[in-house]
Design a protein around this ligand. Sequence first.
Ligand code: HSO
Ligand code: ZN
Length: 418
Amino acid sequence: MWKALDIEEWQERRRSDLAGVGAAVAAIVEGVRKDGDEALYRFTKEFDRIVLEDLAVTPEEFEGAYEEVEDSLIESLAEAEAHIRRFHELQRNRSLWLEEVEPGVIVGVKTTPLDRIGAYVPGGRAAYPSTALMTTVPAQVAGVPEICVCTPPPVHPLTLVALDIAGVDECYRVGGAQAIAAMALGTESIDPVQKIVGPGNVYVTAAKMMLREHAEIDFPAGPSEIGILADSTADPAFVAADVLAQAEHDPHAGCVLITTDAALPAKVGAEIKRQMKNAPRRSIIEAALGNSGYVVAADLDEAIAAMDYVAPEHLSIQVADPLSTLNAVHNAGSIFVGPYTAVAFGDYASGTNHVLPTAGFARVFSGLDVHHFCKTSSVQMIDREGLEWLGGVVETLATAEGLHAHAESVRIRRRKKD
Ligand code: HSO
Ligand code: ZN
């Protein structure tokens, strides 16, 4: 189970899982396009084995959810929400900045939130109130006025409490590829959104990628992964605990340990065995360990290069000098520095976002943040002085491109007497 890995093969496999569900997802998308709400009821019956009475969660259900959740849990959710809000507020751009870069030439950027976004909150195997917070709080901090949430039935009261704490009241009980299709294309009950964010299984991720011409997406965020960089100073019990915490998410989760210590993998393997004995989610863990293993590198540079190739969703650094390793790595969705920084802190409560690119996509995408919910417009403002300062350059370049009217649009202004 816990074995030496060929990381190229490993990565190849994570990508091909997505391609394998393309035809099934296309049929679901077509169903929603054709039949709207009726298709959502039909697919929910077929896939979730639930006969729905209606799609939208009512205000009474939001209110009633509090009665089913313990007070201490509500407090923990509220505290996590506050930390997530604080971290994301730190990312917010000024809504407008302008700077005079030459006399009479002012440039700047105006940031505007999107009008309506969709957040996918997984359900099924477990309730994910933490993901409800991670997807909606940054959108709120960005100033998005309409936030639409889809989550598979039965909707857990904890998810509703989390949404309520975040200040979101539009939620539909629909999951899977059909939820993504509904948010991208719109149905009788669900208005279409401009962008869809949030993690999901391979069906959800494939649907997001397929519907990009209708709604922009954050990035592929599929089954969870961890990469651990460790040397001989790492505690095998901590490493094993992080592996198991990732493995319990999903049978498709994947864990890679890359180490400079040839003796470490066996110690971690023994710890995994010991710690998983009484794990409640043992069968999921066992399946995920089938997609997991280790690589022994000659030195730390080689280990870092291999981890950059993996570009893991979560990177845990458990080496003697973790800050210099942090400096040296390039590709990871979220980075956990030092032996005490369990990935679970970022999953729930440090305030960083846990919606992150998987399957090597951290090479090109960043994790979810406030910027995903905004767009920017560049701004320029030229006065008479700037017209003289820069007008000649524009005229010369426009003439060189043979674009007479461009040059003239500047010349006509320069000729004008005040
Ligand atoms: N590790 C998951 C997030 C999560 N963990 C939710 C616990 N709950 C993907 O980053
Ligand atoms: Zn997790």
